[in-house]
Design a protein around this ligand. Structure first.
Ligand code: P1T
Length: 387
């Protein structure tokens, strides 16, 4: 089956067997527990909803299908998914080699939580795969990538880096939140694990916090499932239903996000008051060729700088009318934010600036409104702030 069909049907097959009700959508199973006839065997296959729940199970089969993976696991947030992977895989003394541009919350988890458990992190500019090779150590167990990255939209070559990591016996995890499996399939590019904040495009409506891991390796799957049950990092049945509903339109939404983002990025590039427009779909993006090779589309995220530094950026963000000033991304409504003060504020200023997260940087999540209306808002705002 093709992506669109799997997104709609897998996990949502009507049960027309005796006793089945033929629901066209998998219902929300709100039971915390499940009665059984025999002590040592769950009668209907389920025991307790922390361990497994029919709605979550249905979502997990849909997640696996859209990734082309054997398994999907749904978590209470993107960070819960990451935490579960790290705790399942790593122990004190292990090392992670990670892309130096990552979501601020992921850096906080690595630097302020995992570090307490004796796990070290080596950050590298993974746009150049040889930096990953140079950083690999005997105790490197995980290579952790985002591509495109949050917020600078840098790319890395998943296939080349996976080959380096595997030579060293390390697992490759890719946070594929920005691209989604519709535009990029990390497992097909030899990575071991795809990780998502489903809060973003996968759910797509800014009304659920969730996360997901998709993978095909049985041993690692068992370890993560064990950890999820032991630590309780699961997604609720209600949110599982919402995410299933979101996935049904993921291909349509991603296509439109991409079309809108190209128009908005080209508009921004044409403005003299704007500089450093970053969007993997623009020819000016330093890794446009890699984007074309590795991705089937470029997504809906853009960053740019407004001339006039921090003051101009603040004024711009606070003057937008249609586009909301808010953290988060990937929903139907366009959102803009200031990474230095919001999503990446916990990274020390010096480190932020070295990376390129300047005080003038604005991140835009291009929504599904008519592109002309989004552009009109940006144009009017640039004018209102005197730029
Ligand atoms: O918010 P949560 O569902 O826990 O997901 C964390 C996360 C993981 N990975 C990436 C690439 C992310 O962008 C995020 C969350 N990011 C935002 C909230 C944001 O505005 O960037």
């Amino acid at each position: 089956m093709e992506f669109e069909t799997e997104a709609i049907h897998v996990g949502d097959e009507p049960n027309l067997e005796v006793g089945g009700t033929g629901d066209i959508n998998t219902p929300i199973h709100l039971s915390s527990t499940f009665a059984r006839r025999e002590v040592d065997k769950p009668t209907g296959g389920y025991a307790y909803s922390r361990t497994d729940n029919p709605t979550r199970h249905a979502l997990e089969s849909k997640l696996a299908a859209i990734e082309g993976a054997k398994h999907g696991i749904a978590f209470s947030s993107g960070l819960a998914a990451e935490t579960s992977l790290f705790l399942a895989l790593l122990k004190a003394g292990d090392n992670i080699v990670a892309f130096d541009d990552l979501y601020g919350g992921t850096k906080r988890l690595l630097d302020k939580v995992m570090a307490k458990f004796g796990v070290s992190v080596t950050y590298v500019d993974a746009t150049n795969s040889s930096n990953v090779r140079k950083a690999m150590r005997k105790n490197t167990r995980l290579v952790w990538l985002e591509t495109p990255t949050n917020p600078l939209l840098k790319l890395c070559d998943i296939r080349a880096i996976s080959s380096i990591a595997h030579e060293h016996g390390a697992v490759v995890g890719v946070d594929n939140t920005f691209a989604t499996p519709y535009f990029q399939r990390p497992l097909e590019l030899s990575a071991d694990v795809s990780v998502y904040s489903t809060t973003k495009y996968i759910n797509g409506h800014s009304d659920s916090i969730g996360g997901a891991i998709m993978l095909s390796d049985e041993t690692l799957y068992e370890k993560i499932k064990f950890l999820q049950n032991a630590a309780g990092t699961l997604l609720s049945a209600f949110d599982s239903y919402l995410v299933m509903r979101g996935i049904k339109t993921l291909p349509l939404r991603m296509r439109e996000h991409g079309l809108n983002a190209v128009k908005v990025a080209e508009f921004l590039e044409s403005q003299s008051a704007v500089s450093k427009v970053r969007y993997p779909g623009l020819e000016s993006h330093p890794q446009h060729e890699l984007a074309k090779r590795q991705m089937n589309g470029f997504g809906g995220m853009i960053t740019f700088e407004v001339k006039g530094g921090r003051r101009a950026a603040m004024k711009f963000l606070e003057s937008l009318r249609l586009v909301s000033l808010a953290e988060d991304l990937g929903g139907v409504k366009s959102l803009a934010e200031h990474p230095a003060s919001m999503t990446h504020s916990e990274i020390p200023r010096k480190a932020r600036e070295e990376l390129g997260i300047s005080e003038a940087l604005i991140r835009l999540s291009v929504g599904l409104e008519n592109a002309d209306d989004i552009i009109m808002d940006l144009k009017a705002t640039l004018k209102a702030v005197g730029r």
